[in-house]
Design a protein around this ligand. Sequence first.
Ligand code: FAD
Ligand code: SF4
Length: 327
Amino acid sequence: MHLHPFELHRPTTVEETLRLTGGLAGGFDWLAGGTDLLPNYKMHLNPKPHLVALDGVRELTERGPGRWGAMTRLGELERDPAVARDYPGLSEAVREVATPLVRESATLGGNLLVETRCFFFNQSAPWRQSLGYCLKAEGDRCHVVPQKERCYATFSGDLAPALAVLDASVEIAGPSGRRTVPVLALYDDRGDGIRRHHLGPGELLVGVSVPASARGRPATYQKLRVRPAFDFPELGLAASATFGEGRLRSLAIAAGGLETYPRRFDELTAPLVGAPLTEARARELGEAVRKAVRPVHNTFLAPDYRRKMVAVFVRRALARLSTGAVS
Ligand SMILES: Cc1cc2nc3c(=O)[nH]c(=O)nc-3n(C[C@H](O)[C@H](O)[C@H](O)COP(=O)(O)OP(=O)(O)OC[C@H]3O[C@@H](n4cnc5c(N)ncnc54)[C@H](O)[C@@H]3O)c2cc1C
Ligand code: SF4
């Protein structure tokens, strides 16, 4: 496996970055920690002739209370006592990403925009060529759902669900200015694993913020994967809940690792808010979330098993949150 030749650019400010990318012919990718992008380049998965390294852009490394630049390394988040104290669910999710070594390079922005995954895509070029490639790279068919003309590659980042239950938002900069959107608004919820996010041409993530109201909110993250040492999520379930006078005051559940985009299930959790949380209600909610998700068979574990585990994880999350047994 070898890398295609590319030209590396090293801007130092967001403004310089945006000016630079306007003139790059043939396309470019942002390069953060490179822990996802470069292995994909080695497998010749949609490489571009230009890479724009973001590690010299100071603004992307800046941090404040409840706010992290997109170039914040996951290792830094993991070691930050304020993150562990104020955002226990996020802290749990960070510790579940890849390996300690990968987390030293991997960044928050790169994790939110990690490439979608599929058993037929994350393979070497000769492997893919033997099947005639696929829609997501160089081919014209999908091997998972051949009767459809879209890609079902799975969103496999751990941090998006954990940030979604904290009502996090992302700051975006681009040729037409800056904007801030809820973290889940980054993703294409029409369900296409190729057009996986809503960033426009030349737009990049600047940072991620969590509102003050989410500080200290009890939250949890559970992950299903084949090898606990470093595998991507086959299901990642985040939940946050607050209680008062024996009743649920707030409840949010979000999942990744199942479909082409991470989702929050507000339409299913809203009816429970204001009522006491019973075991029967927790079970019903688990079943409802299980029925709402549609994983396909493009990762290692069978879709039916992953759906069953959604219901189990919802019940476990609610049990942990209602007894205060969160990390
Ligand atoms: C062995 C191994 C195991 C892994 N396990 C997991 C896992 O369990 N869970 C998990 O979530 N991930 C896992 N990963 C994937 C990856 O390491 C992480 O998702 C990581 O956080 C990606 O961050 P990065 O900075 O390396 O991104 P990069 O590889 O640099 O970039 C990833 C993508 O995001 C884009 N991008 C990066 N930063 C920005 C920005 N600021 N604005 C716009 N676009 C941007 C890049 O252009 C690229 O398309 C694993 C990787 C390896 C090698
Ligand atoms: S879901 Fe289909 S089109 Fe998408 S990566 Fe897999 S095989 Fe390719």
